[in-house]
Design a protein around this ligand. Sequence first.
Ligand code: 6GU
Length: 224
Amino acid sequence: MDIHILSVVPELLESPLQHSIMKRAQDKGLLTVQVHHLRQWAVNEYGQVDDYQFGGGAGMVMMCEPLARAIEALSAEKPFDEIIYLTPDGERFNQQIANGLSLKERLLFICGHYKGIDERIREHFVTRELSIGDYVLSGGELAAAVITDAIGRLLPGVLNDETSALFDSFQDNLLAPPVYTRPDEFRGWKVPPVLLSGDHRKIEEWRHDQALKRTEQRRPDLMD
Ligand code: 6GU
């Protein structure tokens, strides 16, 4: 999969996608992530990409021209399956959306800043709008990193144990059960004996039961 990200602060995306599982996905050639600086398509030599909003009001708006030229230049190499604008007023991102996007080949994320982007870009180029939750970030970059990570780890071959993403929290609409490692007793705190029993059927039953309990307690909204 090829992910392209359009940003006015590409530095924000340097570290988050270069370690751990995202690094492995890229090293294995299963994922490429290219961050493009919107200023390459600025309207003048000062690097201008934003302007005052019509109608007045505080805050700048990202202009049509740099965005349109950037989108067209990147699409000319090969069309995108989705052009996704990251904005707090987008559809709320979740595991199901991650699963769907992980099946695409080529995605473009547009990171908004300031007051957002000119509405005409949303109408004429953007195919989907996503938010990562009900709070406001300074820009879409961290959201792009979150979504890229969530998608990237789902690509076949990225995780060592291919089945492990299947048991993630949310993959079956349940939170993950508690996990333990050595030692089996720490400061008198013991690991649940069933996990040491070697009885795999019982262990799976216990895990499922714990997942249900945890979901009921913490996220009753997931229990339908
Ligand atoms: Cl995608 N962008 C911004 N700026 N803030 C957000 C967001 C996105 N999702 C939640 N808050």
